[in-house]
Design a protein around this ligand. Structure first.
Ligand code: PLP
Length: 419
């Protein structure tokens, strides 16, 4: 019954250090967020002890009466939140949700059509080394070189030519809305399933601030930890009764064993929060923050340094910074922001001349800072700090001033106070 600090001081110290890092820096990795304390309490509970293979009311283990309540609440809340008929809340992650959804719809060797990883797609949408690239025959669509928007003419052309069994619409690094109705039309034209992976923008969809894929897609997958702001995990949704059972079988026993009921409880907490006015306000500040950031990075002083913003702006929670014409590469830019206390990730941009480990882009998101309470005023300050860091001659003094400004913001918006 020893506490962590006493039994395992090394792990305890590293967790404390990570808490301090999160509190003292500004988190702008677009796929990250801060889970509510209530969700972490659920996740750190005795539910971690429970085996519950199967689904509520149909388990392969005894003693599931309480976890049944929890999983049913999670299902009811997430279907209500997104206006979907069926949900599976068991996927351990977004990748497992996608693996399960594809396993339900496809046979190995079938053709899938997804957005190229280098153009903003996700590993699970057909990358060569991923399960998706190994199990399925992958055809990739792209963004146009002229405006960096998804080329729906190419999607249609590739669909007609390759007759995929599944089209995947979704992204990890793309700052605009996708045209779900156009994807649906193309899927129908060639008799393909349409799967939308809304992992990144699910929080925006939940609050009506992004077009919903639910009416258009056969299957919708998401993570629960990005804009949705919950624990790390995945969910699958569908309106198709004929697919619901197949999807359940694909998750368990297809891809997973026992569900993580402690995580499912935390997901349920996050879905409850996502239905509130407070959460909608947060998503609005997220969007406003991304627009402010894009606007600042499109100003003359930044453009003069060869730095710009892909697609000329954003409609979502992230901005993709294009460094192809800058002396600064993605690695250097990431390091420079890290030095002033802002955490982002470098990202390949479409048609990137630099190798992926260096890259010519940054992906910068505003969801985590909005959770921290940032509004327009603070996002203007952060945007100006980022612009300053990217265009500054790398003098110690200049970066030191910017770090002081970051410290002031971090202090004014305490994260997990009292922890
Ligand atoms: N789908 C998309 C679009 C993503 O961006 C990600 C995460 O980066 C995933 C799926 C995978 O989620 P996870 O990391 O939970 O497996």
């Amino acid at each position: 019954d020893q506490r962590l600090a006493d039994f395992d001081p090394e792990i305890h110290a590293a967790i404390r250090a990570e808490l301090r890092r999160q509190q003292q820096t500004l988190e702008m990795i677009a796929s990250e967020n801060f889970a509510p304390v209530a969700a972490m309490e659920a996740q750190g509970s005795v539910l971690t002890n429970k085996y519950a293979e199967g689904y509520p009311g149909r388990r392969y283990y005894g003693g599931c009466e309480h976890v049944d309540v929890i999983e049913r609440l999670a299902i009811d809340r997430v279907t209500e939140l997104f206006g979907a008929e069926f949900a599976n809340v068991q996927p351990h992650s977004g990748a497992q949700a996608n693996a399960s959804a594809m396993a339900a719809l496809l046979d190995p060797g079938d053709t899938i059509l997804g957005l190229d990883l280098a153009h903003g797609g996700h590993l699970t949408h057909g990358m060569r080394l991923n399960f998706s690239g190994r199990l399925y025959d992958v055809v990739a669509y792209h963004v146009r070189e002229t405006d960096h928007r998804v080329d729906m003419d190419e999607v249609e052309r590739l669909a007609v030519e390759h007759r995929p069994r599944l089209i995947v619409a979704g992204w990890s690094a793309y700052p605009q809305h996708l045209d779900f109705a156009a994807f649906r039309r193309i899927a129908d034209l060639v008799g393909a399933y349409l799967m939308v992976d809304m992992a990144h923008f699910a929080g925006l969809v939940a609050t009506g601030l992004h077009p919903s894929p639910i009416p258009h897609a056969d299957v919708i997958t998401t993570t629960t930890h990005k804009t949705l702001g919950g624990p790390r995990g995945g969910v699958i949704l569908t309106n198709r009764a004929d697919l619901a059972k197949k999807l359940n079988s694909a998750v368990f026993p297809g891809q997973q064993g026992g569900p993580l009921e402690h995580v499912i409880a935390a997901k349920a907490v996050a879905f409850k929060l996502a239905a509130t006015e407070e959460f909608r306000d947060r998503q609005q500040r997220t969007l406003a923050g991304a627009r402010i950031l894009a606007g600042r990075l499109l100003a003359d002083d930044v453009q003069a340094a060869g730095i710009t913003v892909l697609t000329g702006g954003t409609q979502v929670h992230l901005v993709v910074v294009d460094l192809r014409r800058s002396d600064l590469d993605g690695q250097q830019a990431e390091d420079r922001l890290d030095a002033v206390g802002i955490t982002v990730n470098r990202n390949a941009v479409p048609f990137d001349p630099r190798p992926p480990m260096v890259s010519s882009g940054l992906r910068i998101g505003t969801a985590a800072l909005a959770t921290r309470g940032f509004g327009a005023e603070q996002f203007r300050e952060v945007a100006d700090i980022i612009a300053g860091a990217l265009i500054a001659a790398p003098s110690e003094n200049r970066l030191g001033d910017l770090r002081d400004r970051v410290d002031r913001l971090a202090l004014r918006f305490p994260l997990y106070p009292g922890m």
